[in-house]
Write a protein that binds this ligand. Structure first.
Ligand SMILES: [Zn+2]
Length: 488
């Protein structure tokens, strides 16, 4: 496989998915895919990293059922209106029509909050910080794309309950910093956390904050959201606590949804190159692949040494030995395509000098390393590879940020794959008309303002003032600077 990612990203991405066996699209329901082991192993590693961070910030895991009784589903009006078009219902069971139908949850609020109403009674029950690793169903009408958009997708949802709105806001800031730790620092995927305009917030929320990363085709991909739910759901579901004055108060809530399959899609798309995937060290199913370079007559000796090396490394890292009866060149391609960060070649001459050849996936550099020093070298080279990936991705991301003052300039820059800052009339409901007009005319989406809790280390974002500027569309005085782009 040798393809230009930026030339035709979609073809590149579909090629990788097929060639590297990430998923099988032949399952016979539209929008439902089978995720294959090479992808699922990485996805599970992303879950592990994310959950570790959530737990360090005081969250605990739980499991809530997938089916939601219709009555519970209908409790919060705005939420129902927002999600109803995408809900799939279970209407029959055991050969009989159900008296009450059940929603397959499109998101967990309606299955979780009736339980929180039972669990929260007094101040001592707060805060609640619980998350679930799982999947949800949304009957998408937009074109589906593996790991990017499907009718069933993998994510984490954290649902937190507090005694004050201030604590809820602090939680949103914590959610954003967790995303930064995992998605940027560990996976090297740059993003901006936007505050979505009021017309584009989560159904039932006061405010929605969302992380957008940039895919190689110039479209942004939303990879995580966190919402200030205010008291909408606590009022709808009766989540109340007794305060110090013995008064019953409605709680303040937040919910946080890192899209795990989308974060995986971004890792594949952002870091990959013309040879295939390049996986960050911490989510590679195999961090190292050992390839014996055998010649006629030395097979047994080299194989035994490679096997011993694999066993030695196995307790300290994720390592695979490729002992198949295939040429080294074939194996190199196989593992390069799958993005294994480090390859170790072991041949006759290496063995004689008690060394091996270590090759890093991203730059293809080869170095001879003493066998006795391999563990340390692998860890060092893995960290350096991650640093190079971050350096490359953040440079690309930065180069895609731009600004425009007129609609034409905006369209031209977005067409060139940029995320463009423009003066805009309003982020309140009254700005929706301009957003719709831009969407209709240019297929450009308004993403929002840079979230004030988001202190970016991968991109320096200077807050520009809208003062004296005019809305790119209606030319009324601008009240806000907004970012626009194409989106997935
Ligand atoms: Zn306007």
């Amino acid at each position: 496989m040798n393809m230009d990612k930026s030339g035709n990203f979609s073809e590149w991405y579909n090629g990788i998915i097929k060639e590297a066996e990430l998923c099988d699209l032949r399952y016979n329901i539209k929008g439902f895919i089978v995720i294959m082991p090479w992808a699922m192993r990485s996805i599970n590693l992303i879950y592990d990293v994310y959950e570790r961070e959530l737990q360090e910030c005081g969250h605990f895991p739980a499991f809530f059922p997938s089916l939601v009784p219709e009555k519970s589903f209908l409790a919060e009006k705005e939420h129902v209106e927002g999600f109803t078009p995408e809900v799939m219902w279970v209407t029959e069971a055991g050969g009989k029509k159900l008296e009450e139908r059940y929603a397959l949850k499109p998101t967990g609020e309606t299955s979780i909050y009736p339980m929180y109403a039972l669990w929260v009674n007094g101040l001592s029950d707060l805060p609640v910080k619980i998350y679930q690793r799982g999947w949800v169903w949304r009957y998408e009408t937009k074109a589906t794309k593996p790991f990017v958009r499907g009718r069933e997708f993998l994510w984490i949802e954290a649902h937190d309950v507090f005694a004050s709105s201030g604590q809820a806001k602090e939680q949103v800031a914590e959610d954003i910093s967790i995303a930064k730790e995992v998605v940027w620092r560990q996976l090297g995927i740059p993003f901006i956390f936007f505050r979505r305009p009021q017309w584009d917030k989560f159904a039932g929320a006061d405010d929605t904050f969302a992380a957008d990363t940039l895919m190689p085709d110039g479209k942004v991909l939303q990879i995580a959201t966190t919402h200030l739910l205010g008291q909408h759901f606590s009022k709808a579901y009766g989540i109340r606590y007794m305060d110090e004055k013995n008064e019953m108060k409605h709680a303040w809530q937040t919910c946080y949804g890192p899209g795990i399959s989308r974060i995986y899609a971004a890792s594949v798309a952002v870091h990959g190159d013309s040879k295939g995937m390049v996986l960050p060290f911490c989510i590679a199913p195999a961090q190292v692949v050992v390839i014996p370079i055998m010649r006629k007559g030395n097979e047994e000796k080299i194989f035994d040494a490679a096997k011993a090396l694999k066993q030695r490394l196995a307790g300290k890292m994720r390592v695979e030995l490729d002992a198949r009866d295939l040429t080294p060149g074939f194996k190199f391609n196989h593992w390069e395509l799958r993005g294994v960060p480090i390859r170790i070649e072991l041949g006759e001459r290496d063995l004689a000098s008690e060394s091996a050849v270590l090759v890093t996936r991203d730059d293809g550099k080869k170095r001879s390393v003493k066998l006795s020093e391999l563990e340390g070298e692998v860890a060092r080279e893995g960290a350096k590879l991650d640093a190079r990936l971050k350096d490359k991705s953040s440079k690309l991301f930065k180069s895609a940020l731009d600004s425009a003052k007129s609609e034409e300039e905006m369209a031209e820059k977005v067409n060139a794959g940029k995320i463009v800052e423009v003066p805009f009339c309003s982020e309140q409901k009254d700005g929706e008309g301009c957003a719709k007009a831009i969407k209709e005319k240019y297929s450009i989406d308004v993403r929002g303002t840079v979230c004030s809790f988001f202190d970016s280390e991968e991109v320096a974002l200077e807050a520009k003032s809208p003062k004296g500027e005019k809305c790119v569309h209606c030319r009324k005085p601008a009240k806000v600077m907004m970012y626009v782009s194409r989106q997935y």
